[in-house]
Design a protein around this ligand. Structure first.
Ligand SMILES: Cc1ncc(C[n+]2csc(CCOP(=O)(O)OP(=O)(O)O)c2C)c(N)n1
Length: 511
């Protein structure tokens, strides 16, 4: 057995059976090993940002890591922005990155780079030294990826460690369970809430699964505290039959208005609320200066248990799930409001929303509290180009569920190749492109930072010259597509897309 074979078998034994890949010469032995060792689903992405973003989406839905296969430092570097997003999402990923052979590296051939340095910025790193170590290194990498709420683990594999004989398969290593929150911490938060002072529970990570949200609402009903998700979230279970949570809004003024008057911000897997950016003359922290920030549970702790324990400590009775008014799809011109209405009415049961809708999508989350039960996934690290890969990986991580990718046009152009993977793998993804022909959010940001734009600045925010034709772009990658200019057209296309198997793209003209 060579090192590459020991790698594939160790990954399989450790529960990794999906690999998003974009290989090169140094990964050829890994690729060849896939034919000799059955069981690994290998999914080709035509750019490394698709590979890493898909691994993020997969992990969010499957609840376990995928592997990625990336080519040398530069292949890893191409995938870094979405690894950054995945790190923020707190998901596990095991990157297998081929590299120069150990004896070739000192010769400084063209693809030689600081691969370890690039990987270190997103998490755990190790370089295998010889074939006999590869299996053991892979088992440790999987353990590292699955420790805490999940992290990015990168294993660098000089090509001779893969082709040399002497590979040894390693047994899976234990993964520590999520830590429990100490009873004293629960009691301390219960005392804060019993004071009756204005409080808000800020939920993140696993605190946004339906049962955890329900317990947060028990606490809210018993104490008068409010409940909200943080600004960006890995996965929120929501929709009809479940409790709704609002989210801290992106615009600083709106976020500060939402948190105005709060005396206690209680973090449950959330990070303290800060502005996405600093703006001249505005504070960086979003809660009032006099508010106290408390931590009930850190993201890697058992958040559902912490909320249940807190609700019990407060003797909070079960809260009643609200009923939502069923909406009919909207007709007439396209607007964020009409789109939200149609989405709420037509979203298929069990759908997974991959949200990179940026400006057009601001109101879509509140508009869909009462849609059929679904999961809502956001791009977590602010690096655009996450949405389409996220949708692709989510479809593989949760087969049988429809993925709806709400996608702004400028961000789509970063990783549009994801469509080709969706067509090749026949994934059930409906992509809705919001074509406004602009970097609209940056127009707002120009005003926010007080910059004085001239012609050149405005040109940098215009992507409508020449116009992008997403129907043609989509067709060229094997995904059927159609354009909608009004809500009736959208409604028909959306219902059609969600009924048929495989991917479909709707280009919605929003400006
Ligand atoms: C990797 C990365 N590059 C650049 C940016 C800066 N950026 C933020 S939003 C944006 C434009 C988004 O445009 P679009 O996706 O069309 O959404 P819209 O603003 O029109 O709603 C850019 C370039 C970023 N956030 N991340």
């Amino acid at each position: 057995m060579n090192g590459a074979e020991s790698l594939v078998q160790t990954l399989l034994d450790s529960g990794i059976d999906t690999c998003f890949a974009n290989p090169g010469t140094s990964e050829m032995h890994f690729v060849a090993a896939l034919d000799r060792i059955p069981g690994m689903r290998c999914v080709l992405g035509l750019f490394e940002g698709v590979v890493t973003g898909a691994a993020d989406g997969y992990a969010r839905m499957a609840g376990r890591p995928a592997a990625t296969l990336l080519h040398c430092g530069p292949g890893l570097a191409n995938g870094l922005a979405n690894l950054h997003n995945a790190r923020r999402a707190g998901v596990p990923i095991v990157n297998c990155v081929g590299d120069q052979a150990t004896y070739h590296r000192p010769l400084d051939a063209p693809l030689t780079a600081d691969s370890e340095g690039w990987a270190r910025g997103v998490g755990w790193v190790r370089t295998s030294r010889r074939a006999a170590d590869v299996g053991a290194d892979a088992a440790v990498a999987v353990q590292a990826a699955r420790t805490g709420h999940g992290q990015i683990a990168t294993l660098l594999l000089p090509s001779d460690t893969c082709w040399d004989e002497g590979g040894v398969v390693a047994a899976p290593l234990p993964v520590p369970a999520a830590g429990a929150v100490a009873p004293a911490s629960v009691q301390a938060i219960a005392r804060v809430l019993r004071s009756g002072e204005p409080a808000i529970l800020l939920l993140g990570q696993a605190g946004l699964r339906a049962t955890a949200i329900a317990d947060a609402h028990r606490i809210a009903a018993a104490t008068g505290a409010r409940v909200s998700a943080q600004m960006f979230n890995t996965r929120i279970e929501r929709g009809r039959g479940r409790f709704a949570v609002e989210k801290v809004p992106y615009p600083v003024d709106a976020a500060m208005a939402m948190l105005a008057g709060v005396k206690h911000a209680i973090l449950v897997g959330a990070t303290p609320p800060v502005g996405f950016f600093a703006y001249p003359g505005k504070p960086s922290t979003l809660q009032p200066a006099e508010a106290q920030v408390h931590v009930l549970a850190r993201p890697e702790q058992d958040l559902a248990a912490a909320l249940a324990d807190l609700a019990d400590a407060l003797a909070a009775p079960a809260a009643k799930v609200p009923t939502y008014r069923e909406a009919a799809p909207a007709r007439g011109p396209v607007s964020a409001e009409s789109f939200g209405q149609s989405l709420a009415a037509l979203l298929p049961e069990g759908a997974i929303i991959a949200d990179e809708s940026i400006t057009f999508g601001r109101s879509l989350f509140p508009a869909t509290h009462g849609a059929a039960p679904h999961d809502w996934l956001q791009v977590m690290g602010g690096a655009i180009g996450g949405g389409m890969p996220l949708a692709t990986g989510a479809a593989i991580g949760a087969p049988g569920r429809r993925v709806v990718n709400l996608q702004a046009d400028g961000s789509a152009m970063y990783t549009l190749q994801a469509l080709w993977t969706q067509a090749r793998e026949r994934l059930d993804v409906t992509t809705v492109i919001f074509n406004n022909g602009k970097y609209a959010i940056l127009l707002h940001e120009l005003a926010n930072v007080g910059a004085n734009p001239g012609r050149t600045a405005m040109d940098m925010l215009d992507i409508g010259s020449p116009d992008l034709d997403f129907v043609k772009l989509s067709n060229a990658m094997g995904v059927e597509a159609a354009r909608a200019e009004n809500m009736t057209e959208f409604n028909d296309l959306f219902a059609h897309a969600n009924r048929r198997p495989g991917p479909f793209l709707i280009e919605l003209m929003t400006a």
